[in-house]
Design a protein around this ligand. Structure first.
Ligand code: ADP
Ligand code: MG
Length: 236
């Protein structure tokens, strides 16, 4: 039998919050918009998982997050909800262009996140796009000017930085590095360094990884500022 072993609240040296995550029983207990709640409810997302409960208040407040949780724990909503809320609060519309970037290790994983985003984001007036090399670079580049939330693979994103005239991430508000250990395991360390160098320094960054390897720590150091650590372990 496996039991969940949650980290102490609040973790040492981290800011206190008035609402401890254990009092977040439902998504409706969170300070989020009706549009997002409606998207969640429509797809039967009612009760947050442990990683969602532990990280969402921080993510919603704009903190950088370094999250450790195994596959299947519900990390997708833990980063999609803060993205939707941030852009909603800033009254983003599609013509504003790219404001959030989610970097996934593979096309398949990028597509899975895109699918969830389309579902829970459908009541928002925001645009979402996949940038994984599924179409011509030029076509992708054209669409990106009117895409608020871009889900991409590292190689293809760097290709845009290097080859697409006028491609810029200057208005980026949130960066998500999903499955960072897998991204690095696939050999994208240099690509990630180049991407992070090309992004504006003022932004929120959320990094999720199932394992905390040396190279994940290096990437975390490079990309995060005073991150909140969130981990949901399993105990045998
Ligand atoms: P991870 O990225 O950590 O591997 P996912 O975000 O892909 O996990 O979620 C794993 C599964 O759990 C998915 O099928 C997803 O629909 C489901 N899920 C995630 N969060 C919730 C929730 N709050 N309530 C019910 N199901 C959820
Ligand atoms: Mg995932």
């Amino acid at each position: 039998i496996e039991a969940l072993n949650l980290q102490l609240w609040p973790p040492l040296g981290q800011p206190k919050d008035n609402t401890p995550p254990k009092e977040i029983k439902l998504f409706s207990d969170l300070p989020i918009s009706k549009k997002t709640l409606e998207g969640l409810k429509t797809h039967n997302f009612i009760t947050p998982t442990d990683i969602q409960r532990e990280s969402l208040l921080y993510g919603l407040k704009g903190h950088d997050i370094l999250g450790a949780a195994k596959t299947g724990s519900g990390k997708t909503l833990a980063f999609l909800i803060p993205i939707l809320e941030t852009l909603f609060k800033q009254r983003y519309t599609p013509s504003f262009g790219m404001a959030a970037l989610i970097i996934s290790p593979t096309r398949e994983l990028a597509y899975q996140s895109f699918d969830v985003l389309k579902k829970i984001g459908k009541f928002h007036d925001l645009s979402f796009g996949l940038v994984t090399g599924g179409m011509l670079l030029k076509e992708e580049a054209k669409r990106m000017n009117s895409t608020n939330i871009v889900i991409c693979t590292p190689g293809r994103l760097l290709q845009h930085f290097e080859q697409t005239p006028n491609f810029t991430a200057d208005d980026l508000k949130i960066l998500v590095l999903d499955e960072a250990d897998k991204i690095l395991h696939l050999g994208f360390a240099d690509t990630m360094n180049a991407i992070i160098e090309a992004l504006p320094k003022q932004r929120q960054t959320i990094l999720f990884s199932a394992t905390q390897t040396r190279s994940v720590k290096d990437l975390a150091r490079l990309s995060l500022k005073k991150p909140i650590y969130v981990s949901v372990h399993e105990k045998a």
